[in-house]
Design a protein around this ligand. Structure first.
Ligand code: WTA
Length: 667
C-alpha cells in the first residue's frame, strides 16, 4: 500500500517546534480543549478524551451546545446492561441549537442548498427562512394533535420541507421516524405501525433522475393497514395534483395559516430525538433510538473535526436523508455548526456522469461526502467527466457505508481531488450516530493509507476481540470490532425492544459495544474494516475478509466491481466465490480473465484466498442505499434460491433473477 502524506514539511516543523512547545497547538485546533492539562498534540488529545471522558465531553457540550438548564451528570452508563445516559439534568431544544442561535448572529446565511434533480435549479434557504418554516410546521403539528413524546413518520426525498419537518418535531418534543422514500408501501407501513405514528408527512410526487415517483400513492396504500394514522400531510413537490381525502392535509396551505413563532419545548438530554429503522442480520428491521443532547453534540463535533469544516464552507453530503448519513451529515451536524449544507435530490449519473463535479463547481462545495459504490460507478465512465469541471473549491473528500477498494480510493484522491484533498474513509453505523473511525482528525500532515479508516475519533476506544471473547492487545491482529466505552452519539435502545438491543450490542462481549464488523489493526495500530462479520470467510482454517478479496479483484483494469461470498466446500470448509462486473467496453475472453483474476488474488493476498469460481455478471444485487447484498449471492451459490430471505430492501429484483439464470447455466 502506498503512503500518502499531506501538508508541507516546513509547516510541520514550525507547528511542532513553535506552536507545539507553547502548548497552544491543540487549543488553536479545538478551542474547547484550552483548559486540558498537558495536552500538546492531537494524538495526546485523543488519549485525554478517552481517559478523561467526563472532562472532555463536558467541555465540548458546554462549548458547542446552547442549554436551557445545565446538566449535572456528564455520563451514567453501564454498557453490560445497555444503560447509556449522557448529560442528565440538562435541558435543551435541538431546533434552537440548529436554528435560533444562528438566526441571532447571521439570519441571512444560507442554511440549505436544495440541489434539485435538474442541474442549475437549486434553491437556497437561509437560517431565518428555515426557522420560519420549522415554526409554522411545529404549530401545525401541534394543532393536529401531536404531543411531546409522539412519533411522526416522514416519507420524503431530501428537500427543505423534509428538514423543516425533522426540526419541527424536535421543536415540539416529538420524535421523528424518517423512512427512505424508496421503500415500498409494505415496508413503510411496517415502520409506521412499529413507531405508532399518527401523522405521516410526504410529498405528492418525488423527482429523481428525470423520473417521477408516486410517493403519496405509496403512502395511501401503506396507511390502509395503519389504523392509528389520523393525518397525512402532503407537500407539493411537483404541480401535478393528487387525490386528497378527508385525512389528508395540504401542508403548504395550512402552514401559511400558522404563526411564524413557535415556543420550543424544553427537552431532557435523554428524551428521544428520532428513531431510524435499519436491518439486522435476522428478524424485522429495528428502530434504533437516538436521543437529544448526546447525538447532536456528537454529530456536530465529528462534522467539524473529521472533515475540517470551517465557518463559511459549503458541505456536500449526497446521502439521502432517509439514512443515518443524511441525518448526521446533511442535517444535524452541519446545522448545529451553523453551516451551509447541500440536500441532493438526484443521482450521480443524471443527467450524465459529470453531475457531482458540475455541482461541486456550481455550488463551490468544500467538503464532498459520498459512497464508494458511486465512486466505483463513476470511475467506469472515465476521467473526462471529472476533468471538465473546476473542483478547486474542494478541501476534503469523504466516503462511507462500505469498504472503499484501493482503485476507487486512488481515483477519488488523484482524479477527483487532484492529489490535493485528504480522503477520509469514515467508518460508523446507524447505531453509532456519528463517525467513529476516520483518518482525520490527526496531526495536520499525518499519513493516510488508502482504504483504511485508520484512527478512532475523540472519545472512541476501539478494541478487537478474538473468537473466545478475549481482547487482542497486540497490533497486526484481526478480530471483532468492539468499542470499549460509551460515547455521547451512540444509540440508546431499539424502539420497543430493549432486550434485542442488549442481546445484539451489549451482551455478545459483556461490557463492550459490539459492532458486528470485523477489523484488522495494522502493525502501526491503524484500523481497517474487513466487513460484516458474517462476510468473513474461513478457507482451510484461514480467515479472509470478502472485502480484501474484492479489493484485489477490483484492481484488475477490466473489472468495474465485484462481490465475494463464501460457500460450503467439502475439503476446505468454505470456498471463495467471486461475482465480477466487467467495465463497459471490455472484450476479454472470460476463461482467460478468470485465470488472470485467480492469479492476481494468489499473488496479492495468498493462494488460499484465490476464488474457486468466478461468475461474470452484468450487475450486482444492491440495497437501495447501494450496499451489495452478499447474503443473497451466498444463497444463490448454495443453490438455496427458495430461501433468499427478506428482499424488501433490494433495489432491482430483476438482477437477482438474472444472476440465478446465469448461475444455473454455467455452474
Ligand atoms: C459498513 C452507515 C467499511 C459497516 C453510516 C457498518 C463500512 C455498516 C464503512 C453500517 C467504512 C460503514 N468501511 N465498512 N468506511 N462505513 N460501513 O448503519 O459494515 O447504514 O457496520 O451506517 O456499513 O451501515 P449503516
Amino acid at each position: 500500500m502506498s503512503l500518502i502524506s499531506f501538508g508541507s514539511r516546513v509547516f510541520r516543523s514550525y507547528y511542532l517546534h513553535v506552536l507545539g512547545r507553547r502548548g497552544c497547538s491543540t487549543a488553536a485546533f479545538m478551542p474547547e480543549s484550552a483548559g486540558f492539562d498537558g495536552v500538546s498534540s492531537r494524538s495526546a488529545l485523543h488519549e485525554f478524551s478517552v481517559s478523561n471522558s467526563e472532562t472532555f465531553w463536558a467541555a465540548l457540550a458546554r462549548h458547542r451546545l446552547s442549554w436551557m438548564s445545565p446538566f449535572h451528570t456528564v455520563h451514567d452508563c453501564d454498557l453490560s446492561r445497555g444503560r447509556i445516559r449522557w448529560f442528565e439534568g440538562g435541558k435543551l431544544n435541538v431546533s434552537v441549537n440548529c436554528l435560533d442561535r444562528h438566526v441571532q448572529t447571521c439570519p441571512e446565511k444560507v442554511a440549505l442548498i436544495w440541489e434539485k434533480d435538474e442541474p442549475g435549479s437549486e434553491v437556497k434557504v437561509t437560517y431565518r427562512q428555515l426557522l420560519e418554516m420549522t415554526c409554522r410546521l411545529g404549530n401545525l403539528l401541534r394543532r393536529r394533535g401531536v404531543k411531546k413524546g409522539d412519533c411522526v413518520t416522514i416519507y420524503m426525498p431530501p428537500c427543505p420541507l423534509a428538514v423543516a419537518s425533522m426540526l419541527a418535531c424536535a421543536r415540539i418534543g416529538a420524535a421523528h421516524n424518517v423512512v427512505f422514500a424508496g421503500f415500498s408501501a409494505d415496508s413503510l407501513s411496517e415502520r409506521i405501525r412499529d413507531a405508532q405514528s399518527s401523522i405521516v408527512i410526504t410529498v405528492n410526487q418525488g423527482v429523481r433522475g428525470g423520473k417521477l415517483t408516486q410517493l403519496k400513492k405509496t403512502v395511501d396504500t401503506a396507511v390502509q393497514s395503519c389504523p392509528n394514522v389520523r393525518h397525512v400531510f402532503v407537500s407539493m413537490r411537483t404541480e401535478n395534483p393528487v387525490a386528497m381525502t378527508e385525512r389528508d392535509v395540504d401542508m403548504e396551505e395550512e402552514m401559511l395559516k400558522e404563526d411564524a413563532v413557535c415556543e420550543p419545548a424544553a427537552m431532557d438530554s435523554e428524551d428521544v430525538l428520532f428513531m431510524l429503522y435499519t436491518s439486522g442480520s435476522t428478524g424485522k428491521p429495528k428502530g434504533l433510538v437516538h436521543t437529544q443532547a448526546g447525538y447532536l453534540l456528537y454529530a456536530a463535533v465529528t462534522h467539524r473535526y473529521v472533515f475540517g469544516y470551517s465557518d463559511g464552507d459549503v458541505f456536500g453530503c449526497v446521502a439521502d436523508i432517509g439514512w443515518i448519513t443524511g441525518h448526521s451529515y446533511a442535517v444535524y451536524g452541519p446545522l448545529a455548526n451553523g453551516g451551509t449544507t447541500v440536500l441532493f435530490e438526484s443521482t450521480p449519473i443524471y443527467p450524465d456522469p459529470g453531475r457531482y463535479w458540475e455541482m461541486v463547481q456550481r455550488l463551490k462545495i468544500n467538503q464532498f461526502y459520498g459512497a464508494p459504490t458511486a465512486i466505483r460507478l463513476l470511475l467506469k465512465y472515465g476521467d473526462q467527466w471529472v476533468q471538465k469541471y473546476d473542483r478547486s473549491s474542494l478541501k476534503t473528500l469523504g466516503t462511507v457505508g462500505e469498504p472503499i477498494n484501493t482503485e476507487a480510493w486512488q481515483w477519488y484522491y488523484s482524479v477527483v481531488g487532484g492529489e490535493r484533498c485528504p480522503v477520509v474513509d469514515t467508518w460508523w453505523q446507524t447505531e453509532t450516530g456519528g463517525i467513529c473511525i476516520a483518518p482525520r482528525p490527526s496531526e495536520p500532515d499525518a499519513e493516510i493509507i488508502p482504504g483504511m479508516a485508520m484512527r478512532p475519533f475523540f472519545g472512541i476506544k476501539p478494541v478487537l476481540m478474538d473468537s473466545k471473547g478475549k481482547v487482542l492487545t497486540s497490533n497486526d491482529a484481526n478480530g471483532a470490532l468492539c468499542i470499549a466505552q460509551p460515547w455521547p452519539g451512540m444509540a440508546r435502545t431499539i424502539h420497543n425492544d430493549h432486550e434485542r438491543f442488549k442481546d445484539t450490542y451489549c451482551q455478545q462481549y459483556p461490557g463492550y459495544f459490539s459492532t458486528g464488523d470485523g477489523a484488522h489493526r495494522s502493525k502501526d495500530g491503524y484500523y481497517q474494516i474487513t466487513g460484516r462479520l458474517d462476510d468473513v470467510i474461513n478457507v482451510s482454517g484461514h480467515r479472509i475478509g470478502t472485502a480484501e478479496i474484492e479489493d484485489v479483484v477490483n484492481q484488475c483494469p477490466e473489472v468495474a466491481e465485484s462481490a465475494v461470498v463464501g460457500y460450503s466446500h467439502d475439503i476446505k470448509g468454505e470456498g471463495v466465490y467471486a461475482f465480477a462486473v466487467l467495465k463497459k467496453s471490455v472484450e476479454a475472453e472470460e476463461g482467460v480473465l478468470s485465470k488472470q483474476l485467480k492469479d492476481l488474488v494468489s499473488q496479492k493476498i495468498a493462494k488460499y484466498a484465490s476464488p474457486d469460481c468466478i461468475q461474470f455478471v452484468e450487475r450486482l444485487p444492491k440495497t437501495r442505499s447501494g450496499k451489495i447484498m452478499r447474503r443473497v449471492l451466498r444463497k444463490i451459490v448454495e443453490g438455496d434460491t427458495s430461501g433468499l430471505g427478506d428482499l424488501s430492501t433490494v433495489d432491482d429484483p430483476a438482477v437477482i433473477q438474472e444472476i440465478i439464470q446465469s448461475h444455473d447455466k454455467h455452474f
